[in-house]
Design a protein around this ligand. Sequence first.
Ligand code: NCD
Ligand code: ZN
Length: 335
Amino acid sequence: MPLLLDSPLDMHLHLREQEMLRLVAPFSAAQFAGGVVMPNLVEPVDSLARLRAYRTAITAACDPVPFTPYMTLFFREYSREELLAARDAIIGLKLYPAGITTQSEAGVSDFDRIGATVALLEELDIPLLVHGETNGFVMDREHEFLATYQWLAETFPRLRIVMEHITTAEAVALLDRFDNLAATVTLHHLMITLDDVAGGLLQPDLFCKPIAKTPRDREALCAAVFQGHPRLLFGSDSAPHPRHKKECCGCAAGVFSAPVALPMLAQLFEEADCLERLQGFVSTNACAFYRIIPPPKTVELQRKPWRVPEQYGTVRPFLAGRELRWSMPDKQEQS
Ligand code: NCD
Ligand code: ZN
């Protein structure tokens, strides 16, 4: 029996530009009705003009398949006028601590200065999406940032805050203390720990920010997701880098999971005996928190095994070479 999903959404997605955009966007368009597009391009998307041009390029790269890009602006200090003008074109602002991940150099270096812009977001009811890591010890970065999440949630109680790609049991617990917090969870953080990245031979395909954590953390994420926590949203954080940027000294951070996202999620939910909760994780929860109504689009998965290719263009996908149980009808095998 096929599995039907209503308007699945990927709430955290890197689509890049130019050739890479044209290579990767069709995978998301095939599987999702829409996605939240990250603004960390080489030149960050921090103006309405750049945002509109980027949106047009994304739609062209998906054509003729319908896909709604929910656009984000790169966080900086914005005026009220700028935010008012942008409000209808964006789903939120994305805040990166400066230098914490790929192409985030223009991010926030002084958190004491963000209050005015964040207050405007609260007033204008624009969600704040946050890459929540400090520049401390790599395994402690999310832990150390939780105090900032707490400060934001308490100081701006009407602001909707999304903790992006959470990786720790503690972050899951924080979610339950504040109604104005939601969190995205990636596919790979449901599947891997630091051991998979660096416990044996180093696996550049699995190196990403935030780094995968301990088995206990992974289990806490899985438990909350599979139990259907209403404020956990699927966000793949699919982040393609060409092989020569991964398999070198100074491996770029990012896991390219777009081609396998929905089939592998279906497999995980089925193995956890909760396939009926997949719809909530990939759509309903996000629609409720973000208050969006995506265009209707039914996506079908079939129970037909396929082998993930070793490479798409210049990029190696997550789970390359692995056989997956669910597939997209006659689309991906041929790429
Ligand atoms: C992302 C990228 O490559 O743009 N990399 C990653 O490791 N996740 C940026 C990000 O979301 O941190
Ligand atoms: Zn990301």
